[in-house]
Design a protein around this ligand. Structure first.
Ligand code: TYC
Length: 116
C-alpha cells in the first residue's frame, strides 16, 4: 500500500495555522505490474544425441517423456523449438543449467532465451 502525504488548503483541517497542515491519502487498489516473459529455446545441431535432449527437457523443464520427445523432434526438424516461457531470472537460470549440463557432457547443445 502506498501512503502519500499531501498538503491541505488553508482551513481544510479546521486548525488555526493556515497552510501548514498535512493529511494522508491511501491507495485502495494495489499497483501491480505484470512481469515480462521470456521464451527458452533449444537450437538444433548435428552432434547432440536425441536421447540427451529428451533428458534435458525432462530434467530441467519438467516434461514427460512424450512431450520431451515431441519438442526434441520439433527442434531436430525445424532448427529451433520452445521449452517453456518464464520470467527473466527463471529463464536465465534454465539457460545456464542447460548450457552447463551440456558442456559437462561435452555436447554442443545450445539454449537461448528471447523476450516474448
Ligand atoms: N539433430 C540431433 C541429432 O540428429 C538431435 C538434436 C535435437 C540436437 C534437438 C539438438 O536441440 C537439439 N542427433
Amino acid at each position: 500500500m502506498e501512503v502519500r502525504r499531501v498538503r491541505m488548503q488553508d482551513g481544510e483541517d479546521g486548525g488555526d495555522t493556515p497552510g501548514r497542515s498535512t493529511s494522508v491519502i491511501t491507495r485502495t487498489k494495489p499497483k501491480t505490474k505484470k512481469p515480462s516473459l521470456y521464451r527458452v529455446l533449444l537450437l538444433n545441431d548435428d552432434y547432440t544425441p536425441m536421447e540427451f535432449v529428451i533428458h534435458i527437457l525432462e530434467r530441467f523443464f519438467q516434461k514427460d517423456r512424450e512431450a520431451a520427445t515431441r519438442i526434441m523432434l520439433h527442434v531436430h526438424n525445424h532448427g529451433v523449438g520452445e521449452c517453456g516461457v518464464f520470467t527473466y531470472e527463471v529463464a536465465e537460470t534454465k539457460v545456464t543449467q542447460v548450457m552447463d549440463f551440456s558442456r559437462q557432457h561435452q555436447h554442443p547443445l545450445q539454449c537461448v532465451m528471447e523476450k516474448k
